[in-house]
Structures are given as structure tokens and as C-alpha cells.
Design a protein around this ligand. Structure first.
Ligand code: FAD
Length: 406
């Protein structure tokens, strides 16, 4: 006999698990829902270590889930922040081309943004740029007025509060250690006892492939952790950046390149880079977990990816250990910035799904198997898109599980 029984169990109290649980409680108020999170409070991993940007949707391939859910989700996130008094600001972003070589990609971004339904996108001339970002360098500039900022840690706390208000339960310090089918129900084993469930939704972020394997599912991907390290502009130099200044990304990769981000509260971050992490939930360069590292190294997909992208991987690693190289990348965006203007300021680790053929999964990926739904790839802009991702997942779960809303 399980120690507790619920209709639906959501594993993972990051922004995706919380938004899914919240949507579940609204769509199916008669179902008893429990969310379990292994840390002492919600939002302790990716959702509490990100850049805080409400992305507009300009980067993503037209027709992809990312494009649709980011555009819809950004509007929903702004409305949510407004309604619940969560600090936010629509500050806009400038994307900077620093060489002729980047111009075709800047123009492709403009086209992508328009195809994705963004309004107000335009190329700036130099006098216009001076009014918006007076210290910005480069040769051509794309203004994305819809981009904003918020504090996703605060969003997570509010989601948790609303789940409880709607009758769901959020149980922290509860780590899922096993999942089994017994006597027609799913039994979720945790460090605090067993939970019987009719339906389980795996939103375990950096651990989502492992949680799938606990349940006997064979994930089509492996989570490979990429750490993103930040510097902070010292307070006297924050006036170098008014809002957000980004490079033109290499559209073959899901990472955006180091950039400047003004935070809610006024600090200005520079970063994050993207280096292979030796520990899935390790935030320092020196953090190593032998199980995490050996799983990465034993995965054929990792070596295929490394063979294709070793050059850019090595450059990121070099930038991670050499501050001057990091500063050089940033000077492409803001030529006046100096190493003495920047102090190291924490990091985040991205859960990036990798296929056996070495390709990085670009789009969001959710898969329903019987009475369990697995969320395998929800990298950036999943914080922005969390409310629309939740709507999509709950719809998929309702179909897969055969649920009818109240
Ligand atoms: C450096 C960085 C910058 C980013 N910047 C942005 C941005 O500006 N804008 C944006 O929209 N997105 C951004 N993102 C992406 C965004 O933060 C993530 O896509 C999002 O937070 C993913 O949420 P999640 O709930 O899937 O994962 P997580 O927040 O990692 O949550 C997963 C949770 O599952 C829990 N868990 C794992 N295993 C178990 C278990 N066995 N039992 C119980 N609980 C378990 C973990 O403790 C964790 O709390 C960024 C990400 C990073 C890393």
C-alpha cells in the first residue's frame, strides 16, 4: 500500500513543473494533484539561475513549438506579472552585427521575427542607436521592442502559492528515487515514502532522462549539462548598458552567445557562455560528479557532437578560463567595457537534450507514454513560455490519459 494517494503527481518544482501543476489544478479541479520537488524550496535549479529575460520569439524557426509557445507565452507571462504584482519591464533589446559576415544572419532574424508575428522590429541607424544604447558598438542593429525582463524566482513562488490556493499540494524536500507499476497504479517512491498515482508528469529538468529511466521508459535523448557563467558590471559602469544588448547568434546552436542583460533591480549581467558541465547541478568550474561525467562520456552522441563542434566548444572553454577572452567577446558589443568593469557573478546549468547522432534537440520535446508524460527538452525560452508550455502539456496529457476537463 502506498503511503499517500493522488490522481496526478508532477515531478519537479522548476518553472515548467509548477506551471503544469497550476494548469492541471485549473483544468481538472476535481483531480487530487501533488507536485514533488527534491530541494527545500521551488525554483532552485535552471528556473532560479537564468537571465530573467522575457524573450520575444525572434530566434526560433517559424512553425516550431518554440516559436509559437514563446510568442504566446511572453504575452501570458507579462499578463501574469501584471496581475500578480511581479516586477517586470518591457525594455526592448538591440541585436548587434559586428561584421559584414553577420549581416545575412541579422536579416534572417528580422525575417524570422516577422514570420513569428512580432511587431515593431526594425533596423536602427546610428543616431537612433545613440538614443537607445549610446555605448553600443557594431555595424548594424536590430531593435526588438517586445523583449522584457522579470524575476523567474518570484514567478515560481507565485505559481506554487496559486497551486496551493487551488487545492493542489506542493511538497518540497521530496526526492523521487523510483517509479514502478503495481496493482494497476503507478507507485512513485521517494525519500519520504511512496505515493500512488494514476498519472505522472516528469518535469525533472536536468534529471528528466533519469526519471524516465526509473519508470522503465527509454528516453530518445540524453541530458547533457552546459554551464553558463556570468559576470556583473560594477555599479559605476552599469550606465554602459541601458537594457539588453545581444550578438547575432549562430543559428545552428541553441545558445545565444554572451550578451548584456539588465536585471530587475538594476544590476547588469554579462554572459552566459556555454561550457560542458562536469556535474548536472554543479555551479562552480570545480564541481565534478563522477556519475554525471561518466554518463556524458559514455554516450556516443556526446562524442559525435564533440567531433562536429569541438572548435566552438574549445573557444567557449578558453573564454571560461580566460577573462580577457570573455571581455574581448563583450567588447564586440560595447567597445568601452574593460576587464576591471566586470566581476564574476554566479552561473546556471542548462539541461540540453542530445540525440544519439550527436545533434542537439532544438525544439521543445514532450512525450506521453501510457499514464506518464515526460518533458525531455525545455531549454530557453521555457521560462518565458512556461504558461503556454503548460497549456500544451496538459492538453497532451488529457488526450493521452483520456481525461475530460470539468
Ligand atoms: C544560464 C541560463 C539562462 C537562461 N535564461 C533564460 C531567459 O532569460 N529566459 C528564458 O525564458 N529562459 C531562460 N533559461 C531557460 C529556463 O531557465 C529553463 O528552460 C527553465 O527554467 C526550465 O525549467 P524546468 O522546470 O524544466 O527545470 P528546472 O528549473 O531545472 O526544474 C527541475 C526541477 O526538478 C527537480 N528534480 C529533479 N529530479 C528530481 C527528483 N528525482 N525528485 C524530485 N525533484 C526532482 C529539480 O530539483 C528542479 O527543481 C535559461 C537557462 C539557463 C540555465
Amino acid at each position: 500500500m502506498p503511503d499517500q494517494r493522488f490522481d496526478a503527481v508532477v515531478i519537479g518544482g522548476g518553472i515548467v513543473g509548477l506551471s503544469v501543476a497550476l494548469r492541471f489544478t485549473s483544468a481538472f479541479p476535481n483531480l487530487r494533484l501533488l507536485l514533488v520537488e527534491k530541494e527545500k524550496s521551488v525554483g532552485q535549479h535552471q528556473s532560479g539561475h537564468n537571465s530573467g529575460v522575457i524573450h520575444s520569439g525572434i530566434y526560433y524557426k517559424h512553425g516550431s513549438l518554440k516559436a509559437r509557445l514563446c510568442v504566446e507565452g511572453a504575452a501570458a507571462m507579462l499578463e501574469f506579472c501584471r496581475r500578480h504584482g511581479i516586477p517586470h519591464q518591457i525594455c526592448g533589446k538591440v541585436i548587434v552585427a559586428t561584421s559584414d559576415e553577420e549581416m545575412p544572419r541579422l536579416n534572417s532574424l528580422l525575417e524570422r521575427g516577422r514570420a513569428n508575428g512580432l511587431t515593431g522590429l526594425r533596423l536602427l541607424d546610428r543616431p537612433e542607436l545613440r538614443d537607445i544604447e549610446p555605448h553600443c558598438g557594431g555595424i548594424s542593429w536590430l531593435l526588438v521592442p517586445a523583449t522584457g525582463i522579470t524575476d523567474y524566482g518570484e514567478v515560481c513562488k507565485k505559481y506554487a502559492e496559486l497551486i496551493s490556493a487551488k487545492g493542489g499540494t506542493v511538497q518540497t524536500a521530496t526526492e523521487v528515487t523510483g517509479i514502478a507499476e503495481r496493482a494497476g497504479e503507478t507507485v512513485v517512491e521517494t525519500n519520504r515514502g511512496s505515493i500512488g498515482a494514476r498519472y505522472v508528469i516528469n518535469c525533472a529538468g536536468l534529471q528528466s532522462d533519469r526519471v524516465s529511466r526509473m519508470a522503465g521508459a527509454i528516453p530518445a535523448v540524453k541530458i547533457v549539462p552546459f554551464r553558463g557563467e556570468y559576470y556583473d558590471l560594477i555599479p559605476q559602469r552599469r550606465d554602459l548598458v541601458r537594457s539588453l544588448i545581444y550578438p547575432v547568434p549562430d543559428l545552428r546552436f541553441p545558445f545565444l552567445g554572451v550578451h548584456f542583460t539588465r536585471r530587475i533591480g538594476g544590476a547588469v549581467d554579462a554572459g552566459p557562455n556555454a561550457v560542458l558541465a562536469f556535474k548536472r547541478e554543479g555551479y562552480r568550474k570545480t564541481d565534478i560528479d563522477l556519475r554525471d561525467l561518466s554518463e556524458t562520456l559514455a554516450y556516443a552522441g556526446f562524442w559525435k557532437m564533440a567531433a562536429q563542434h569541438w572548435r566552438s566548444g574549445a573557444a567557449e572553454m578558453y573564454r571560461s578560463f580566460r577573462k580577457s577572452a570573455f571581455v574581448t567577446a563583450l567588447q564586440g558589443l560595447v567597445p568601452e567595457v574593460r576587464g576591471s568593469d566586470l566581476v564574476a557573478d554566479g552561473s546556471g546549468v542548462r539541461a540540453q537534450a542530445l540525440r544519439p547522432d550527436g545533434s542537439l534537440v532544438d525544439d521543445f520535446q514532450f512525450v506521453c507514454t501510457g499514464t506518464m508524460l515526460h518533458v525531455w527538452n525545455v531549454p530557453s525560452p521555457a521560462a518565458t513560455a512556461s504558461l503556454s508550455i503548460a497549456r500544451e502539456i496538459v492538453q497532451m496529457a488529457a488526450q493521452g490519459f483520456g481525461l475530460k476537463s470539468a
